[in-house]
Write a protein that binds this ligand. Structure first.
Ligand code: 6CS
Ligand code: FE
Length: 314
């Protein structure tokens, strides 16, 4: 099943270790990067314990319950609701609507357009976590609020974020991490994040070509850059199944940029709202898209690589 593709040079001449969407058939490529860029045996302690670092390296994700307290959660939920109300009739490109309705699905670049989420992205604890995992200073590659409304919130089909960020944004290596902060109850019934343990160790090269201005469709319903069913079945078998990230508001789920994940449609009455912050290493700054297309807009893939300094806390 696993076949290693030839390495293909990218537009800048550096070897493309992770070619995808450039051949008819799908394939699974071995990962060439660590998940944790600091040595778990390193004596200088960081927010994550040696055990947690080893679990993240092996699983490709970690779930930290009650990471944010009730006061923080309430403030973020009120801000989320304010953003939602303001987006209803908005024509902003950062507002993404469901594929078959005008219901708001996501709002991108909240770390730039909103003071509270800008501060959240610079939370000292989050930056310390990202720097420990990525072994360097970090910046925000992408932020978004996903609403997954009751009854109307549609699925996010299985995908590796890195596959898209590599092909369409020019992210060279696997040295980024997504932080998903639950701002509603995430239950088995309202379309929670599903992850395949260990899937980050394999890179699934996807079939097909990337359409022009793909993001105008993919952020509503992604149909390119999605793995084939045989590769997905193989990953799930290798990983021992599928994990579901549930938890109360304030739960923090950290998942590696290449961890295969997705979520089902929400047919429950209750929304599944999360804010996502993607931290990339400043040593992994975007280059030209490896797929050869023009770069996606900055509200989806930031090209401000300035290292973040923490804003709050001791
Ligand atoms: O294309 C992207 O960058 C976005 N698409 C998905 C399904 N996950 C990552 C990100 O939000
Ligand atoms: Fe994703």
């Amino acid at each position: 099943m696993v076949s290693v593709m030839n390495k293909v040079a990218d537009p800048d001449g550096a070897a493309d270790l992770y070619p995808s969407r450039n051949a008819g058939k799908p394939s699974v490529i071995g990962r060439a990067d660590p998940a944790v860029y600091t040595d778990p045996e390193d004596a200088s302690p960081g927010p994550l314990t040696r055990r947690q670092l080893l679990d993240y390296e092996n699983q490709g994700f970690l779930v930290l319950d009650a990471f944010f307290g009730p006061d923080d959660v309430r403030a973020l939920q009120e801000e989320l609701n304010r953003l939602w109300a303001g987006a209803a009739d908005s024509g902003e490109e950062t507002v993404i609507r469901e594929p078959d309705s005008e219901v708001v699905r996501s709002i991108f670049a909240v770390h730039e357009g909103n003071a509270m989420f800008r501060q959240l992205a610079r939370d000292r604890r989050l930056i310390a976590l990202a720097e420990q995992l990525l072994g360097s200073r970090v910046y925000i590659h992408q932020s978004r609020v996903n609403y997954k409304s009751g009854f109307a919130g549609k699925e996010f089909y299985w995908h590796s974020d890195f596959e898209t960020w590599h092909v369409e944004d020019g992210m060279p290596r696997m040295r980024a991490v997504s932080f998903s902060i639950a701002l509603s109850q995430n239950t088995p019934a309202n379309g929670p994040l599903m992850l395949i343990p260990g899937s980050h160790k394999h890179y699934v090269a996807c079939p097909g070509e990337t359409p022009e201005d793909h993001h105008k469709m993919s952020l509503r319903r992604q149909e390119y850059g999605v793995p084939d069913r045989a590769s997905l079945a193989w990953l799930a078998e290798q990983g021992g199944g599928i994990s579901v990230s549930t938890g109360a508001p304030g739960t923090l789920t950290l998942f590696e940029c290449n961890t295969m994940h997705g979520s089902n449609s929400n047919i429950s009455p209750n929304p599944r709202s999360n804010v996502f912050l993607v931290y990339n290493s400043v040593e992994n700054a975007l280059t030209a898209p490896f797929g050869g297309m023009k770069p996606r807009p900055g509200y989806i893939a930031s090209r401000d690589f300035t290292a973040l300094s923490p804003l709050n806390g001791p």
